[in-house]
Ligand binder design. Structure first.
Ligand code: G1P
Length: 291
């Protein structure tokens, strides 16, 4: 088995009902965070983490993602004619960011099923999964931190963060003990998808970044529908845990749930404040609001 993590899967077939009405026509992955679609943050994170090939799992009505990561001849020609070289570079850069393949998930059978759709493209090598809703501001990039843990530990790695209280029920939740040498690493002993608060095995929520061994594909093929009647990635990884070591990793950085209206508002404010071209102006504007 090739041990390098070279490929990343982006499940992007979901309906985005949490963001209606904006997502009635526009894929949630294409909602703009400041000035970039949220999926582009994930793609840039993957590239900055050493990923060479991206596989986006799409569905009905998601065609604008393919257009976004492609050349736009009319736009580029117009920008060139008008001498708008900076904007032309921005447009061209998006089209040349990465080698991207698309696989259509024909039925919304769940996240585990979406990942399984990438099986032929990934083959027999470890791979990453990035859920585009989860935008993570981190340096080094969250996925890079996880690939380092994967290489050190030699087992699949799931990103986690502490979520206190009933909010934990919105996540996959990890059971396990902290590694005595590195408190950011959990030696995983179990996991459960969207448990009731009372049944949650810990406060360690799984966040949308995974580095997985290819064995998970065969296990996902056997995974029956679980929480919400869907084939869950968490259940496939739980089966993997019976055969291989799996680790939780509390990444350094801040995660935003940009697929949620409030999470998107938080991300918008924080990412805008960091932008050199208008961060200072935006800070002054916020300070002037009668809050
Ligand atoms: C998915 C996973 C869940 C994970 C979450 C992170 O849930 O199934 O285990 O905790 O992403 O964002 P979803 O948010 O798609 O319901």
């Amino acid at each position: 088995m090739n041990k390098l993590v070279r490929k990343a899967v982006f499940p992007a077939g979901g309906l985005g009902t949490r963001f209606l009405p904006a997502t009635k026509v526009i894929p949630k992955e294409m909602l703009a965070l400041v000035d970039k679609p949220i999926i582009q943050y994930g793609v840039e994170e993957a590239i900055a983490s050493g990923i060479e090939h991206i596989i986006i799992i799409t569905g009905r009505g998601k065609g604008t993602m393919e257009d976004h990561f492609d050349h736009s001849f009319e736009l580029d020609a117009t920008l060139e004619r008008r001498g708008k070289h900076e904007l032309l570079a921005v447009s061209r850069n998006v089209a040349t960011l990465a080698r991207i393949s698309y696989v259509r998930q024909k039925e919304p059978l769940g996240l585990g099923h979406a990942v399984l759709c990438a099986k032929e493209f990934v083959g027999d090598e470890p791979f990453a999964v990035l859920l585009p809703d989860d935008v993570i501001d981190a340096e080094p990039p969250c996925l890079k931190q996880m690939i380092d843990v994967f290489e050190e530990k030699g087992g699949s790695v799931l990103a986690t963060q502490t979520v206190e209280g009933p909010a934990i029920s919105a996540y996959g939740v990890l059971a396990g003990a902290q590694d005595p040498d590195n408190p950011r690493i959990y030696n995983c002993t179990g996991m459960v998808e969207k448990p009731r608060f009372a049944d949650a095995p810990s406060s360690q929520a799984i966040i949308g970044r995974y580095v997985l061994t290819p064995r998970v594909f065969a296990l996902l093929e056997q995974t029956r529908p679980g929480a919400g009647g869907e084939i869950q990635l968490t259940d496939g990884i739980k089966a993997l845990l019976k055969e291989e070591k799996v680790f939780g990793y509390t990444f350094e950085g801040k995660r935003f749930d940009a697929g949620d209206k409030f999470g998107m508002l938080q991300a918008t404010v924080e990412f805008a404040l960091k932008r050199p071209e208008f961060g200072a102006k935006f800070r002054a504007y916020l300070k002037g609001l009668p809050l």
